[in-house]
Design a protein around this ligand. Structure first.
Ligand SMILES: [Zn+2]
Length: 214
């Protein structure tokens, strides 16, 4: 931890509401450049990336300004060096003054790490207040892979990522398939492509089940 900085936690983190985020994007055209407007921005703002990749959050308060620093674990090379990002907030004016990534060649035009950290701070501000204090000075989940977390099962991955509305969507997909099967049976349809492969799918499912049982 840097001198004069303290460990960030759920009590001392500055509030970054949606208006501040919107204002920051509006005032910083770099972050809204063509490259970031679409895919990259939406990927880096997603909860699963930021929350798993961000660690060692520390902050320093001087008068109206709060400087927050973090490290972001690279998404695809978790053992590589982390990116360090600094965010500066004017707490008096409720203004995000600056978000800088120090290790990324693309940072001058606003990079995905800067956006991910801004959105991480915003999500923490939106979280309902909890009686227990959550410390953010810790290794990120992604950085733990290969060191303290040796392996992660697919079951654990799914447990974290799938949300209720998403599991509902899967149910809907299954029910659409089932409705289709019932309807095609009713109409005595036998030549459709899906039905041709349906037997293969059923066979594979049975095979997998039998492998688990034995
Ligand atoms: Zn970066």
């Amino acid at each position: 931890m840097q001198t004069e900085f303290v460990k960030a936690d759920s009590m001392n983190l500055p509030n970054i509401d949606s208006m501040m985020v919107a204002k920051f994007f509006a005032c910083n055209p770099d972050f809204c450049s063509a490259e970031f407007r679409n895919v990259k921005t939406s990927l880096s703002t997603r909860e699963s990336y930021g929350d798993d990749a961000i660690g060692y959050v520390q902050l320093q308060r001087t008068q109206n300004t709060c400087i927050i620093k973090c490290t972001i674990c690279p998404e695809h090379k978790v053992r590589s060096k982390s990116y360090s990002v600094t965010l500066i907030v004017d707490e008096q004016e409720d203004d995000v003054l600056q978000v800088t990534c120090h290790d990324c060649p693309a940072s001058s035009g606003g990079c995905k790490h800067a956006i991910a950290f801004l959105m991480w701070c915003h999500r923490r501000s939106e979280e309902p207040s909890c009686t227990s204090i959550q410390c953010y000075w810790k290794k990120s989940t992604l950085a733990k892979i290969g060191s303290s977390i040796k392996v992660i099962t697919t079951k654990d991955m799914i447990k974290k990522k799938i949300k209720t509305d998403e599991s509902k969507r899967i149910d809907t997909v299954t029910s659409v398939v089932n409705n289709f099967l019932t309807e095609s049976k009713k109409r005595k349809i036998t030549t459709c492509q899906y039905l041709k492969h349906q037997n293969v799918i059923l066979f594979t499912k049975k095979l997998i089940c039998s492998l688990y049982i034995t």
